[in-house]
Ligand binder design. Structure first.
Ligand SMILES: [Zn+2]
Length: 151
């Protein structure tokens, strides 16, 4: 089985700031000004589909995704968590774990969709809320790292 690809960006680069890693997985924090808390869980080897993994590998992968979700809920208190696994651009397994708020710029659309038009006062309220969320990120990263180390 191929473990790396010389042309794959997720084989060549971490893909963000590495919060935690082991030999199977890494957890990356994404510095996305519009979407605070955006986190990715990436399988270290170059694998295309979840069903290319063994059942125990899949379980290990998803346990880390659930842990990220749990800490996001505890610290950031989102209205919803979005989980996404595409790999269309980069066929190297990775899950996006995205906390969402009812007042965020794209809600209820996916963050990759066009942002719906909004009244200026609603946009302004989100800017204030988003600033508060950014202030929580150091605590989120610290608690997530601690939870991952305890696994
Ligand atoms: Zn790769």
């Amino acid at each position: 089985m191929t473990s790396t690809s010389p042309t794959c960006p997720l084989c060549i680069n971490p893909g963000g700031d590495v919060l935690w890693r082991n030999n199977k997985l890494r957890v990356i924090t994404i510095n996305d000004a519009s979407h605070p808390g955006f986190t990715r869980v990436i399988w270290q080897e170059h694998v295309r589909e979840m069903t290319d993994l063994s059942v125990s590998e899949r379980n290990e992968f998803m346990a880390v995704v659930w842990l990220v979700e749990q800490v996001q809920r505890q610290v950031l208190q989102p209205d919803k968590i979005n989980l996404a696994q595409f790999g269309n651009m980069v066929p190297h397994l990775h899950w996006h774990v995205i906390p969402r708020w009812a007042d965020d710029s794209h809600f209820p659309e996916a963050i990759w969709a066009s942002a719906p038009a909004r009244a200026p006062e609603i946009e302004l309220a989100w800017q204030t809320h988003k600033t508060q969320l950014h202030a929580l990120l150091p605590r989120y990263y610290k608690e997530l790292e601690a939870a991952l180390l305890q696994r």
